[in-house]
Design a protein around this ligand. Structure first.
Ligand code: ATP
Length: 768
């Protein structure tokens, strides 16, 4: 018998597919609540009915549907005449949602006269906190206490980097001392948290929950005031619990202690680590249980407005993070379609379900930019952020902070004639490949070409003498750890199912910039399956596998520097002439480039030290202390991937960014390692750009992204004016197009997240 598809006349639902493997919960309860439904589970219901019953019921349902349709049409036309324009798809969806979920009508309050956010007051310093809070920190303590009384039960503390978010959360923990609390932080920040808690509290008990011998007894964990752990450990525990792991040929599942404790508070430090909602790390965070939840990030928005969904989902924002059914009262935080055809709770199709966030904010901004429905989307986003985010900038709170000024300078240099010739040849090659791709649809690896061009702008040897290109190349054990995209020793190495090794950041870029939705492995061209958030490949302690730097492949007697390295030498030499005590940090994401810089600077008489991702935590700590405590060590060469976040390096007052990164937030994070509380000298951040290369284009993109971030996070309306509707479309989240069916091997064929990179027009513009 025919079962009518109740969804045939409705618009598409909008899952990102990210929760398709969510556990089945409350199914029976919900079904009982909804009554019999059409769809996958309808057969047994039908069997129990007589033919007459079925016909009668169908007639009744059709009647209801018709009258609902008529009602919706009427409501839509009323709204359209009120707005003076035809309704968008999302707006029609919104009308349908409100019909089934009347509470949504008031979700935004009065859009024409939004309630201004409450102004936080200063509360007295908590007695048992050993550091004196600055006035703006006393205000955030007031705000946090109040937030815990709202339906959000937490929020996002998004002060700029270096304003002391750690101490602000510690003040909350001591002001209402309850346990146990969980802090999840990047690995480099864990010891910093431990030290700050030890230094500023009255003996709070802290457990660093890391390493293979960590405590598994939940009864022991709950005895601590604060349990500190990392995103990698959180993800790994969740994976072992959900999917299990192989032991003696069998799949074993292991309970995750972190997910089986009911925490008092959970704090996600550098919460942008969960920005991709479909990753295992984000899902692992979503499944944690606590009374109150806090997110800390100086850069909560890095690429796209859509990234904010993850933190809203983590906080459990109702109704903003929920999926709603358009034809019944079903509502869920999870995308629950076990059979991919019918909702586990209500039985209606995926087409009938809509994520409130996507419908109200993301789609309108994505489709209409900053006019009409898009502008309304931005207004709603502002209202939402005002409810649950506190962000102060260093400029706004300059008086409280007493920080010296920070100047950002872009130094523009040009290639020498020889460098230019090499660059043009590389560029022509990429252009030729691109044209063949356009004409014949052949394989074209954009990321490889982009990386080569960026490396060429730093020093031609990074391309010509890369391992893959070196004439005298003899593979050794360390080659198994070379990233197959940038040909550098992979500092944060992950492996694809086809067993190729990539630097995590490089393969992310590759996937994000792909022209086709499911890009192949850039090496073997098999379908690419890789867990972007999986643990990094480990180098055994007794391994002979050490990074063979580029210097070993060069004839140093004949070696010549590059325009960019000479620009740095000039900068540092001028600085040394003025003041021998000023210390500088030099960031690059290419460790081979750091080798060349180190060689050249040592020849110029500078005493340097360096920090790389392959160093153990102890070695990192020792190197940082060496730099901080020795006056004659004036230059610290730091790999951007290893030392770009969470470090306090206030002994230095100059930062040099040697190569441009697509995401400006990464650069801001790096610059703010020195511009933070504790800094006494004026700070300068100098970006070195080769003007006649791809780098000048990257700087343009960064400016657009910064404008988008300002427009979203601040109340600065002029920032919005710097963006075109097309820019806004690019910045929105397309992850719902992704296929994230497997929780362990997440493939993210995202199309738009790399701003313009995915568009043919970008490439045509760049390569003509
Ligand atoms: N009230 C205060 N008095 C003295 N020092 C403070 C105070 N608040 C914070 N600090 C110091 O400021 C430095 C920066 O703090 P913290 O690392 O918490 O900043 P943050 O906002 O978390 O930065 P990021 O976002 O870069 O991690 C730390 O050394 C901290 O001890």
């Amino acid at each position: 018998m025919d079962v009518p598809d109740s969804g045939s006349d409705s618009a598409a639902g909008d899952s990102d597919g990210s929760e398709s493997d969510a556990p089945l919960k409350g199914k029976a309860k919900a079904k009982a609540k909804q009554g019999p439904t059409w769809g996958a589970t309808a057969t047994s219901v039908k069997a129990a009915m007589t033919m007459a019953d079925l016909k009668r019921r169908r007639r009744e349902e059709n009647k209801t549907r018709l009258s609902t349709k008529r009602l919706l049409r009427k409501k839509c036309s009323e709204l359209a005449s009120k707005l003076g324009r035809s309704l968008t798809h999302s707006e029609k969806n919104g009308v349908a949602l409100q019909e089934q979920h009347p509470e949504l009508e008031h979700a935004w309050g009065d859009l024409d006269n939004p309630t201004p956010p409450a102004v936080p007051k200063q509360v007295p310093q908590p007695d048992n906190l050993k550091v004196t809070l600055l006035p703006f920190q006393q205000e955030s303590l007031h705000w946090m206490r109040n937030q815990e009384k709202t339906t959000w039960k937490g929020g996002i503390l998004a002060d700029e980097m270096g304003m002391g978010k750690t101490i602000q959360i510690i003040s909350l923990l001591v002001s209402s001392r309850q346990k146990p609390n969980l802090v999840v932080a990047p690995t480099v920040a864990v010891m910093q948290w431990k030290n700050e808690i030890a230094a500023h509290t009255d003996g709070m008990k802290v457990l660093v929950w890391h390493g293979s011998s960590r405590e598994t007894d939940i009864k022991e964990l709950v005895k601590f005031d604060v349990v500190l752990t990392t995103y990698a450990v959180l993800e790994s525990c969740f994976r072992k619990q959900q999917s299990g792991f192989k032991r003696k040929g069998l799949i074993v599942k292991e309970k995750s202690p972190l997910h089986n404790v009911s925490w008092k508070r959970i704090v996600l430090d550098e919460a942008h680590n969960i920005k991709e909602r479909s990753t295992n790390t984000a899902k692992a965070a979503f499944e944690l249980k606590s009374d109150f939840k806090w997110c800390l990030s100086g850069t909560p928005l890095q690429n796209r407005v859509g990234e904010l969904y993850s933190v809203i989902r983590f906080l459990g924002g109702d109704p903003f993070a929920y999926y709603f059914c358009k034809i019944c009262d079903c509502k869920s935080l999870h995308w629950k379609f076990s059979d991919r055809r019918a909702c586990d709770d209500c039985g209606h199709t995926p087409m009938q379900h809509t994520c409130f966030w996507n419908n109200e904010i993301l789609s309108p901004i994505q489709k209409a930019g900053m006019s009409g429905a898009g502008l309304l989307g931005f207004k709603k986003l502002r209202i939402l952020l005002d409810q649950m985010m506190l962000r102060r900038t260093k400029l706004e709170r300059a008086d409280d902070l007493g920080l010296p000024p920070r100047t950002i300078i872009v130094r523009r240099d040009y290639f020498s004639p020889e460098e230019k010739e090499l660059y043009v040849s590389l560029f022509s090659d990429a252009k030729r490949q691109f044209n063949t791709y356009l004409d014949h649809g052949t394989v074209f690896n954009i990321t490889n070409s982009l990386t080569r061009m960026r490396q060429m702008a730093c020093h031609p040897d990074l391309v010509i003498r890369s391992k893959a290109n070196a004439a005298s190349f003899v593979p050794d054990e360390s080659d198994s750890m070379v990233c197959r995209i940038c040909n550098e020793f992979a500092e944060d190495a992950i492996q694809s199912k086809c067993r190729h090794v990539f630097d995590r950041e490089c393969i992310k870029q590759y996937l994000e910039a792909a022209l086709e939705p499911n890009p192949d492995c850039p090496v073997c061209h098999l379908p690419l399956t890789i867990d972007l958030e999986g643990p990094a490949l480990e180098i055994e302690a007794n391994s002979t596998m050490v990074r063979q730097g580029i210097l070993g492949r060069l004839d140093l007697d004949k070696w010549r520097s590059s325009s960019k390295i000479e620009a740095l030498v000039e900068e540092l030499s001028n600085l040394r002439l003025k003041d021998t005590t000023t210390k500088s940090i030099v960031f690059s994401q290419f460790v081979n480039f750091l080798d060349l810089i180190a060689y050249r600077l040592q020849k110029a008489g500078f005493n340097v030290c360096r920090l790389e991702g392959t160093m153990s935590p102890q070695a990192r700590d020792a190197t940082i202390k060496h730099f901080m405590n020795n006056v004659d060590v004036t230059v610290f060469l730091v790999s951007l991937k290893a030392g770009g976040v969470a470090l306090n390096l206030t002994e230095a007052s100059r930062v040099y960014l040697m190569d441009s990164w697509w995401n400006p937030a990464v650069e801001f994070q790096a610059m703010d390692r020195i511009h933070r509380l504790g800094q006494r000298r004026p700070v300068e951040a100098i970006k070195l750009v080769i003007e006649d290369s791809i780098e000048s284009r990257i700087v343009q993109l960064q400016e657009k992204k910064s404008a988008m971030i300002d427009a979203t996070l601040s109340t600065d309306d002029s920032a919005m004016g710097r963006l075109t509707p097309e820019d806004l479309g690019f910045f929105c989240d397309w992850t719902h197009l992704g296929d994230a069916r497997s929780s362990n091997h997440v493939v993210l064929p995202r199309l738009a997240c790399f701003v313009e990179l995915h568009t043919l027009s970008f490439w045509t513009g760049l390569l003509t």
